[in-house]
Design a protein around this ligand. Structure first.
Ligand SMILES: *Cc1c(COP(=O)(O)O)cnc(C)c1O
Length: 423
């Protein structure tokens, strides 16, 4: 019998049989066929320490011997408390409160509910819509689908089910853009706010790197400008750092590139080093303190069963320790340097007619093709060369684990280039 496992984002009629993973070590995972594949995606960008990291495994084992789970409703425990303190310490100054949940999508749902309730509690119940950006991806739950790019964001089938929000154009100014170019993007954002701010609770964005919506890399000045606009129009600024958090853009958080503190920030993917599913929604005093009051509406009515799971919190703490003790930001810097050299500086690749653009930011690199059909078959091609690559539409990208060596990075980039240059 075929496996009853239903795979995500797959056409059931044409999908290839899924390789069976039996283990992994470092940047590689192992298949039951004996193949070792170098994971260029670090498993949807979360396995930042690679597979079978001894310290993370030991942390889970140790915690499992003490307490695997307990509800956070009315109770607390040391891993939840310690992790919250650590997250407050490392995130932009002012984010002093931590609400846990179990996935990035739910972390974003929490952020949206929090923003809306904040506005209601501070006398603006009419501010009940979100402002999102084109090319955004914020998750697959109903609330999140409604703030993903409504045209290219793969959820158009559900348009009738979804609440209607506002959208501003995706920022087009790249990382090193001139202020004039960024001002063009900010003026578009201002236009939407001027027309609709009376009904907008929060502006949501994936800072610097719109990830699943096409690896759009944008300018830190856009974040600074967005912060000022939000203050001007009494709109909360929500950073979805589910993909960008924990080093992916070269600093610990993308917000750090601009020195901006959002009102609410969401973390997930890299939070536990990928070893368990978890998320955190952080808020400033301004947001948090609005919930202190006497009416029934002051309670925040949300509480996923597994929020603050002790195993997840404990492994997240260990992940952070490894990150800091082993100076991951310098590793990420070296990775970024290699990615630039191998991809951005390759004249033949740049000139290839199927290549629309090449971009690198931190430990993220993408070759954008003009058409998705150009990339049909690249997964099999890469697997035959020992690499696991899984493009998104017309974007062939890598987001490697931070422990990936120089030789392993050039292995990944050589396969990405060979797809265009050696067939
Ligand atoms: C992956 C992702 C999410 C959703 O996280 P899940 O854990 O898959 O629910 C939300 N926002 C961004 C930016 C993401 O990359």
């Amino acid at each position: 019998m075929k496996s009853p496992v239903w795979h995500p984002y797959a056409h059931l009629k044409t999908q290839a049989p899924a390789p069976n993973v039996v283990g992994g070590s470092g940047a590689y995972f192992t298949l039951d066929s004996g193949e070792h594949l170098l994971d260029a995606t670090c498993s949807w960008w979360c396995m930042i320490h690679g597979y079978s990291h001894p310290r993370l495994i030991a942390a889970i084992r140790e915690q499992a011997g003490k307490l695997c789970h307990v509800m956070l409703g009315g109770l607390t425990h040391e891993p939840a408390d310690q992790l919250a303190r650590e997250l407050v310490r490392i995130t932009p100054a002012g984010l002093n409160h931590v609400f846990y949940s179990d996935s990035g999508s739910v972390g974003m749902e929490v952020a949206m509910k929090m923003a809306l309730q904040y506005q209601a509690l501070t006398g603006h119940p009419e501010k009940s819509r979100m402002l999102s950006l084109m090319k955004a991806y914020h998750g697959d739950t109903t609330g999140c689908m409604a703030v993903c790019d409504p045209e290219e964001g793969m959820h158009s089938l559900f348009a009738k089910l979804l609440p209607q929000h506002h959208f501003a154009p995706a920022p087009s100014a790249p990382y090193n853009a001139t202020q004039a170019h960024v001002d063009h993007d900010l003026n578009a954002l201002r236009g939407v706010l001027e027309r609709h701010h009376t009904e907008i609770a929060a502006l949501l964005m994936e800072p610097l790197l719109q990830a699943a919506g096409g690896l759009n890399m944008t300018s830190p000045a856009y974040l600074t400008g967005a912060r000022a606009l939000c203050d001007e129009f009494n709109v909360l600024l929500v950073f979805d750092e589910v993909a960008t958090g924990f080093g992916r853009t070269g600093t610990l958080f993308a917000a750090d590139h601009a020195g901006v503190t959002p009102d609410i920030m969401v973390l997930s993917k890299g939070l536990t080093g990928g070893y368990l599913g978890h998320a955190a929604t952080l808020a400033t005093d301004r947001v948090h303190d609005a919930f202190i009051g006497d009416s029934p509406h002051h309670a925040f009515m949300h509480g996923p069963t597994f929020m603050g799971n002790p195993l997840a919190c404990r492994v997240a703490l260990e992940s952070l320790r490894v990150f800091e003790e082993e100076n991951y930001l310098s590793k990420i810097d070296a990775l970024s340097h290699s990615l630039r050299r191998e991809l951005l500086e390759d004249a033949a690749l740049r000139a290839h007619p199927a290549v629309a653009d090449i971009r690198v930011l931190g430990a993220t690199a993408v070759i954008e093709a003009h058409s998705a059909t150009t990339l049909a078959g690249v997964g099999t091609f890469a697997r035959e060369r020992g690499v696991w690559l899984r493009p998104i539409d017309r974007w062939l990208y890598t987001m490697p684990a931070y422990i990936t060596s120089e030789a392993e990075i050039t292995h990944i980039t050589s396969v990405m280039k060979a797809w265009f240059l050696e067939r």
